[in-house]
Design a protein around this ligand. Structure first.
Ligand SMILES: [Zn+2]
Length: 89
C-alpha cells in the first residue's frame, strides 16, 4: 500500500499565521507557526466562535480563520483534552 497523503495528524498539525494584529492595533508582521496547543478559543454564542493565537513578540491577538483549522483540530481545541490522556478519562 502506498500512502499518497496522510490524514490530519493532531500532534503534528501546524498552521502558519502572520501577525497582522487586529482592527484596533497593528501587528508586528512576524511569521509564526502555531500548533493545536497554541490556539485559544473565544466563544460568543453557538454560531460565533473565534480561534486565535497570541503573538509571542508583540502580544497581539491574531485571529485564525476557521477554514485554516481542520474540523478535527477545532473539535480538540473546543474540548481541550490532552491527547495522551484522552482514553484515561
Ligand atoms: Zn506580533
Amino acid at each position: 500500500m502506498k500512502v499518497l497523503e496522510e490524514g490530519t495528524s493532531l500532534k503534528n498539525w501546524t498552521v502558519k499565521v502572520q501577525c497582522k494584529g487586529n482592527f484596533a492595533v497593528g501587528g508586528c508582521n512576524a511569521l509564526l507557526e502555531a500548533n493545536m496547543n497554541d490556539i485559544r478559543r473565544d466563544y460568543y454564542n453557538r454560531n460565533d466562535e473565534e480561534f486565535f493565537v497570541i503573538c509571542p513578540i508583540c502580544k497581539q491577538q491574531i485571529t485564525i480563520p476557521h477554514n485554516k483549522i481542520p474540523a478535527v483540530i477545532r473539535d480538540h481545541i473546543r474540548d481541550r483534552r490532552p491527547i495522551e490522556k484522552e482514553h484515561e478519562m
